[in-house]
Structures are given as structure tokens and as C-alpha cells.
Design a binder for this molecule. Structure first.
Ligand code: HEC
Length: 140
């Protein structure tokens, strides 16, 4: 009987522990999402078609990337931060562009940096712009 109670208590306790753990996890995730909802709505709006001449890195940066990168929103590296960009550049341009195009870190960095009407070349120009602003040589 006593052993039975002990087992029961252990089962209840481990259930509680699991609940507390998952509740904390959910809260942490929700917090991140709450903080990002405003700009997520903004960047998820269907892009206006763009048919003009190719935009420079600086123009693309101002059009979309600055929304997060100018303020380190959710940890977005700022242009001018040579340490952050220096470390990221070590991954090589292929990986940087893959993260830019597909999105990165549970899409805190959104696919195409939220610029649905940017070409791959325009996105690359924006990445190069942020690297150069940080005094980091764009990697091969
Ligand atoms: C909604 C916010 C947001 C927008 C808009 C945004 N970024 Fe980011 N970006 C992030 C965040 C956050 C990170 C850092 C993710 C991490 O490493 O935790 C990041 C990281 C990056 C990285 C580094 C990836 C790596 O591998 O380390 C590149 C390159 C990048 N962004 C390019 C761009 C470009 C180009 C644009 C504009 C076209 C853009 N981003 C727009 C949030 C954003």
C-alpha cells in the first residue's frame, strides 16, 4: 500500500514538473512572438510589384532591412557592428545568402528579409551594404 502511494506520488510529481517546464517554454515562445507581431504583419503583407531599375544595397536596406537591423530588433545585427558582422561573415557568402533568402532562426530573420519584391541580387547588395558599413570585407 505504502509503495503504491509512493509510486502514485512520483507519477503526480513528475507530471507537475513536466507541466511547469512546458508552461515556461510556452511563455518564452509566446513572448518572442508577441514582440514581433507588429513587424511580422508589416512584412507579411503581399509585396507591391516592383518593375523599376535594380535597387542599390542602401535602398533595399532602407526599404526593408532597417526595420529590424537598424535597432537590433530580436538580435538583428546592426550595420556598423564589426564584431557581429565579422563573425557572421566567417560563414561565407553562400550561407549568409541562404539565411537571407530562406529566413533564419525560426524566421526571426524573415525569408528575403521581408522584401518580397527584391531580387536575389538586390538582397545580396543589401547584405554587402551592411557588411561594408561595418568595415567587414564581404566574404567570397
Ligand atoms: C523582421 C526583422 C528583420 C528584417 C526585416 C530583416 N532581418 Fe535580417 N536578421 C534579423 C534577425 C533577428 C537576425 C539575427 C538572427 C540571429 O542570428 O539570431 C538577422 C540576421 C541577418 C543576417 C545574418 C544571417 C547569418 O547567417 O548570421 C543577414 C545576412 C540578414 N539578416 C540580412 C537581411 C537583409 C538583407 C534584410 C533586408 C532585405 C533583412 N535581413 C531584414 C531580422 C530581420
Amino acid at each position: 500500500m505504502n509503495a503504491c502511494r509512493k509510486i502514485l506520488a512520483a507519477v503526480i510529481l513528475s507530471g507537475l514538473a513536466a507541466n511547469v517546464f512546458s508552461a515556461t517554454e510556452t511563455t518564452a515562445k509566446t513572448k518572442v512572438l508577441e514582440g514581433t507581431q507588429g513587424y511580422r504583419d508589416e512584412i507579411n503583407r503581399p509585396p507591391e510589384p516592383y518593375t523599376g531599375p535594380p535597387r542599390s544595397g542602401e535602398q533595399v536596406y532602407a526599404y526593408r532591412c532597417a526595420a529590424c537591423h537598424a535597432k537590433t530588433t530580436q538580435g538583428a545585427p546592426m550595420p556598423g557592428d564589426d564584431i557581429e558582422w565579422g563573425l557572421r561573415a566567417k560563414q561565407g557568402m553562400k550561407v549568409l545568402m541562404q539565411h537571407t533568402i530562406e529566413g533564419y532562426k525560426q524566421l526571426l530573420m524573415p525569408p528575403r528579409g521581408g522584401c518580397g519584391n527584391c531580387s536575389d541580387a538586390e538582397l545580396k547588395a543589401a547584405v554587402v551594404y551592411m557588411l561594408e558599413k561595418s568595415g567587414v570585407k564581404p566574404p567570397p
